[in-house]
Structures are given as C-alpha cells and as structure tokens.
Design a protein around this ligand. Structure first.
Ligand code: NAD
Ligand code: UD1
Length: 338
C-alpha cells in the first residue's frame, strides 16, 4: 500500500510520515522545500529505520506530478503541501490562492487522471470563522474567514465537496486541525519556523532558548478565565496518528468525511506559559501586549466525531506537549541545518 504525502518534509507531514511508516505503509514524499529542509527527510528515515521515495516537485507542476503517479503505484494521498502564515497571506494573497487552491486542483486532476480517488486533506479550525461558539462541531456553519490563508482552506473544502458530489467514488477526508504543538519524543524532528514565529509555542521556546527577549501576550481582557485567549492545543504526534486513522477509513470506504482533530480542552496563553515553565524549568519573560487583529477569545473543538467514527482520541496532555516542544528547541536551537 503506497501513500503519496505532499508536504511531507514539513512540520506535521514529517511526524505523519513516521507514523505511516511505523504502521507499515510505504510512502512517497513530494515537497518543494518552500518551508522545510531536506534534513527532516533524513531524520524521518533515521527515526523510522525505513527507507522511502522522495521527489522534489511543486504540486502545481502537473507534468511532474503525473510522472510520479505513472512511476509509483499510489493508492491514496495525504495532502499537507501549502502555505500557512496568516500575516503573509494578507500581504501576498495571490501566492496563497495559487499555491493552496491551484495546487490542490492540480493534484486532484492528476489523481483523477491516474485513477487515484482517495485523499486526506489538511484543513484548519480557522474555517469555523469567528461567529460559532466553542466547542466547535463539524456540523456548524463555516466561512466568514478573515484572511486569505483561512479562505483558501474554506474554498478547498468546497472544491473537495463539489468533487465528491460529481463522482461519489472519491474518498475524501477533511481534517480540521486545532493548534498543533509539540514534537517527536526523540527531539530529532519538530517545528522549524522561518524568521520571527507567528504562533505561540515556537515563540515561547525561542524566548526560553534566549533567541527572543520577551513574549508579547496578545490581550488580557478577553472573556476567558484569565483574560488571555483560549485555544485547543494538540500534540503533533496525536495529530499524526489521527491521519493514520483517517487514511484507514478513506482506503476502505468512499465518502466525504469531515473531522475535528483537537483535544476538546482549551488552555489560555498564560496556562500554556505556566505549563511550559513547569515542563522545562525555564522562566518565560512575558508582557501583556495589545490584542492581535483577527484573534478571537476562545476556540476549542468537540472531537467526539473522530472518536466515534475513527476510533481516534488525543492522548497527550499539555505538559507533554510543552516538554516535547522544549526538547526539540533545546537540542536544535537553530532548527534543522541547511
Ligand atoms: P509546513 O510549512 O511545515 O509544511 C508544509 C510543507 O509543504 C512544507 O514542507 C513546504 O515546503 C511544502 N510545500 C508548500 N507548498 C508546496 C508546493 N506548492 N509544492 C510542494 N510542496 C509544498 O506546515 P505544517 O504546519 O506542517 O502544515 C501542514 C498543513 O497543515 C498545511 O496545509 C497547513 O495549512 C495545515 N495546517 C497547519 C496548522 C498548523 O498550525 N501548523 C494548522 C491547521 C492547518
Ligand atoms: C493561528 C492562525 C490560524 C491557524 C492557526 C494554526 C492567526 C490569527 N490565526 O491560530 O489561522 O489555523 O494559527 O496554525 O494567526 N499569542 C500570543 N503571543 C504570541 C503568539 C500568539 O499571545 O506571540 C496568542 C494568540 O493571541 C492566541 C494564542 O496565543 O490567543 C494562540 O495563537 P497562535 O499560536 O498564533 O494560534 P491561533 O491564533 O489560534
């Protein structure tokens, strides 16, 4: 059983590749290294003890993708490749629409032409917009996204659902991730952001290692237990295992299924800071800063559908997430070598 993993060199993709190899799948990875390094592929092989095929290819390169499908017997695709920075998407909307939407359309065309109709797609809790009240359920309204990145995820969900309506032989699994943090237990792979991190955990770990002076806590006047924003942080290995479960279902039955992948528990920014300090023994210098435009007070999942239908549940708690993020950052202070 051979699975094509687009964006497999990236943060979530690399962790998922390991769990797929551990589960006995053969994988073929495609990445253009826009936001990742070749070293992560070496470490996937090191940690899994298994070899796999890799192609450096852009998913918008239809001919290149077609050659891969002709050379390999691909049974299903897990599609991570895409751009993900909210701020950058506001500055460069066309790049985001091109990479994420045109890239996904190109991939689906090549899949269809080669008779491969099974795909697991990386969506995001961002598709719920700002008007739904947590816990967020898959049946709630989506849309009302506030930035081009979020809009690409919303639009791709619509494209995939139209594809399924046109041909119900497709197996499409849309996974809405909440806030992935943490790293592989070994500390050998993890999140390696370029420049100043936008997201909370990489910012905290960079303050802890001394690369940044102080964490800005974006707002302490939200309607939450301590006034700071509440999110559903999920360990990236739990997330990776969710993909293995979703893939298993997609391989066995056609359909369009949407699942939240979260823990169902919300933590505030200050809860995360405290949990990180406890797990690492390092004190985090922080100060309260203005709210970040576009942020909402509270966002957490109802993950019960994934448990009922996939038999998947997040197992790792916030302290383990913090300890694993810290092990990765402290043993790889500059991320992956070039
Ligand atoms: P990442 O940037 O670490 O990984 C994405 C990978 O895709 C990178 O290796 C990048 O080089 C590759 N890529 C980008 N464009 C490509 C293209 N056109 N052709 C080939 N490869 C390309 O990001 P991640 O955190 O691992 O996220 C994976 C997916 O999950 C993305 O689609 C992202 O939008 C989605 N997602 C991420 C989060 C999160 O917080 N990390 C949350 C929700 C959804
Ligand atoms: C962000 C994206 C979202 C994306 C998700 C996962 C925005 C507005 N939203 O969500 O589209 O799907 O990442 O990649 O960027 N915080 C601080 N200081 C910081 C960084 C963050 O206080 O330096 C706070 C935020 O205000 C928020 C929480 O920490 O309350 C989590 O922020 P972040 O990690 O950026 O994730 P989200 O905003 O939930």
């Amino acid at each position: 059983m051979s699975i094509l993993v687009t964006g497999g060199a990236g943060y979530i993709g690399s962790h998922t590749c390991i769990e797929l190899l551990n589960a006995g799948y053969e994988i073929v990875v495609v990445d253009n290294f826009y936001n990742s390094k070749r070293e992560s592929l070496k470490r996937i092989a090191e940690l899994s003890g298994k070899e796999f095929t890799f192609y450096e290819c852009d998913i918008r390169d239809k001919e290149g993708l077609d050659k891969i499908f002709k050379a390999e017997k691909i049974d299903a695709v897990i599609h991570f490749a895409g751009l993900k920075a909210v701020g950058e998407s506001c500055a460069k909307p066309l790049e985001y629409y091109d990479n994420n939407i045109a890239g996904t359309v190109c991939l689906c065309e090549v899949m269809k032409e080669n008779g491969c109709k099974k795909i697991v797609f990386s969506s995001s809790a961002t598709v719920y917009g700002s008007n739904n009240v947590s816990p967020l359920k898959e049946t709630m309204m989506t849309g009302g996204t506030t930035n081009p990145y979020g809009t690409t995820k919303y639009m791709i969900e619509i494209i995939l659902s139209d594809l399924f309506k046109s041909d119900n032989e497709w197996s499409i699994s849309i996974l809405r991730y909440f806030n992935p943090i943490g790293a592989h237990k070994s500390g050998r792979i993890g999140e390696d952001p370029n420049g100043i991190p936008n997201n909370l955990m990489p910012y905290i770990t960079q303050v802890a290692i001394g690369k940044r002076e102080c964490l800005g806590v974006f707002g302490d006047d939200y309607d939450t237990h301590d006034g700071t924003g509440v999110r559903d942080y999920i360990h990236v290995v739990d997330l990776a295992l969710g993909h293995v479960k979703a893939l298993g279902r997609a391989l066995n039955q056609p359909g369009l299924d949407i699942y939240n992948l979260g823990t169902g528990t919300g933590y505030s920014v200050l809860d995360v800071v405290k949990a990180f300090e406890k797990a690492s023994g390092v004190t985090i210098n922080y100060k309260i800063a203005p709210r970040r435009p576009g942020d909402i007070a509270t966002c957490y999942s109802d993950p019960s559908k994934a448990q009922a239908e996939l038999g998947w549940k997040a197992e790792r708690g916030i302290e383990e997430m913090c300890a694993d993020s810290w092990r990765w950052q402290s043993t790889n202070p500059n991320g992956y070598p070039d």
